[in-house]
Design a protein around this ligand. Structure first.
Ligand code: HEM
Length: 552
């Protein structure tokens, strides 16, 4: 028999301790013999007036169950202490923080308004739903549209944001510039485009800068640009046919970058210079929507470095023009802007920022649209045939036909419809951001002062309406019947005071591109339903491998 401790154990812990102590320290007790083990414990536990252990088999059995329960409990307590608490605590803390984050953001509503905030959520503290947006792209917005409808709250790029979809509501925001809303791009976009840009300005300053741009996109200027755009496009398509196998998206970017550099800034480059500059531009563009933190290695930091290189290049162009004038037979947009600065309207810093903005606004957007044109013409052979017919009717089917001009291009209605339908079905710019100047109401919800409102072109076009039926179908002919009610369903160029400054120039580039590929080459695409990425502009994830050959 083992000596009992002087005082019998009173509770679970002491009992377990004594059992373990026994197990580990005394060799007198054979642990495989449970009866000795139980007997020892019973002797320690049973009250002194209890007769003999052997006479209390029922008690022993009861105690047997009792110790089993103890051990199970003991194991459970250890499991909870050592495994679950370290795991559960962070999850619990995250849930609490997210809840507080929701409450904090909801408190930013306009308390003077009785209207509720739209449905939706703000994601994780500080980051909001930005990471989901950057990682999932279009699927992020699709899921929310499905869940919350055409008006919802979110937290993007450091700001509580309300996303608005639908022609009428979007038009209300576009028309409300300077009254209900003002331009508000994410901090990263603002820093990268600069204070001197149109995007970064509001009120009178914005009006002045925009007026200065009118001259760069007047009909006279566009007529001059037509020849240059056509010549660059023809050379480029010729090069595609010689090369045969191309990555259509990469090549389109190279084409529109060359057009933008040449026509907008008057920069002529060799292949090496172009590749180098395009590399900087890609870095600049891919970081336009990044977290607002200037930390080495992060997007914004890289984007700002690329911006410096690009601004230096534009600065060189300005200096050259100041010394030697324009080296081209035509006046590029930068020269026209510099003319305006002669009258004291734009400073050199503004011209540089606007120059960079034009390069940004005019090159990726049109590259995205040219890829859509290639893709849609591949899928819709009947559309190609109709363009060919129209070219024939204008006597333009031969690829060696001389210079195009603005008048002919404007007369080609079917070609215009094709271009328009391409940017309806895949709008190069998905939408815009604004800051709310005073609280207003949409569909019974408040859009609070100080918040960001993001209007969506892409979702609105995708949804269609009673006039735009079958919105996922590529139907250039739909514009014949809708022509006069254009702005009721076509938002690709935005609208109001902040509508696209380069709209006519963009249409010019795209019409010339569609015309030249249809009349001079044939092509095939290996994957006609590529996965699409939406940032910075929509483009196929595989860059659209294609094979081009000359028609003749
Ligand atoms: C298919 C091609 C293009 C599309 C779909 C497009 C679309 C847009 C949209 C939707 C906006 C308004 C953004 C907002 O509401 O905040 C905009 C603004 C602007 N676009 Fe375009 N754009 C295209 C091509 C161009 C080109 C070629 C240029 C010039 C070279 C250009 C220059 C601008 C400028 C300067 C603004 C700012 C206007 C302002 O803030 O007042 N865009 N564009």
């Amino acid at each position: 028999m083992v000596n009992c401790p002087k005082t019998p154990p009173h509770n679970i812990n002491t009992l377990v301790e004594s059992l373990l102590y026994l197990k580990l320290k005394t060799n007198k007790c054979d642990m495989t013999d449970s009866s000795i083990f139980i007997r020892y414990n019973m002797e320690c536990l049973i009250p002194p007036n209890c007769s003999s252990l052997t006479e209390n088999n029922g008690v022993i059995e009861e105690f047997n169950t009792f110790t089993t329960v103890f051990f199970v409990q003991f194991a459970l307590v250890r499991l909870i202490k050592e495994l679950l608490i370290p795991l559960i605590t962070p999850v619990l803390l995250t849930v609490i923080c997210c809840h507080l984050w929701e409450v904090y953001n909801d408190c930013q509503r306009d308390s003077k308004s009785n209207l509720p905030l739209p449905p939706g959520g703000y994601g994780f503290p500080v980051f909001g739903e930005t990471l989901g947006f950057l990682i999932q792209g279009k699927a992020f917005f699709d899921k929310r549209r499905e869940k919350f409808g055409t008006l919802y709250k979110t937290h993007l790029l450091g700001k509580p944001t309300i996303r608005v979809i639908g022609v009428q509501n979007v038009k209300r925001i576009l028309a409300g510039e300077n009254d209900l809303v003002t331009a508000q791009w994410p901090t990263s976009t603002k820093l990268l485009l600069g204070d001197g840009s149109l995007t970064g300005s509001g009120g009178n300053i914005h009006n002045l800068r925009k007026k200065a741009l009118f001259k760069a996109f007047s009909n006279t200027a566009l007529e001059e640009y037509t020849k240059v755009v056509q010549s660059i496009t023809k050379d480029c398509i010729e090069h595609w046919c010689t090369k045969r196998n191309i990555l259509a998206h990469q090549e389109s970017k190279s084409l529109t970058f060359e057009i933008a550099c040449r026509v907008l800034l008057g920069i002529k480059m060799n292949k090496v210079e172009k590749t180098e500059l395009l590399g900087h531009f890609d870095t600049f563009l891919s970081n336009l929507f990044s977290l607002p933190m200037q930390i080495p290695g992060l997007g914004l930091y890289k984007g700002l470095k690329a911006r410096t290189v690009l601004l230096n290049k534009i600065g060189e162009c300005i200096q050259k023009k100041e010394k030697h004038g324009s080296c081209d037979a035509f006046q590029d947009a930068l020269s026209l802007l510099m003319d305006m600065s002669g009258t004291g309207r734009l400073s050199v810093t503004e011209i540089k920022d606007v120059g960079l903005e034009l390069l940004f606004a005019g090159h990726e957007t049109t590259a995205s649209a040219t890829v859509t044109i290639i893709l849609q013409l591949t899928k819709n052979k009947d559309v190609v045939s109709k363009i060919e017919e129209e070219l024939k009717s204008f006597g333009l089917s031969q690829s060696n036909y001389g210079d195009l001009n603005l008048e002919i291009l404007n007369k080609m209605k079917y070609l215009s419809n094709v271009v328009k339908e391409a940017i309806r079905i895949t709008p190069p710019i998905g939408g815009g951001y604004r800051k709310v100047l005073k609280t207003f109401e949409i569909d019974g919800y408040q859009i609070p002062e100080g918040w960001t409102v993001a209007y969506s072109i892409r979702d609105t076009h995708e949804l269609g309406n009673e006039l735009v039926l079958n919105p996922d179908k590529f139907e250039p002919d739909r514009w014949d019947s809708l022509q006069r009610r254009d702005n009721e369903h076509f938002l690709a160029f935005g609208g109001g005071r902040r509508g696209c400054a380069g709209k006519q120039f963009a249409l010019l580039i795209l019409k010339i591109f569609a015309l030249e590929i249809v009349r001079s080459c044939q092509w095939t695409i290996s994957n006609i339903n590529p996965r699409m990425k939406i940032l910075p502009v929509p483009h196929p994830a595989d860059d659209l491998p294609a094979t081009f050959t000359r028609k003749d």
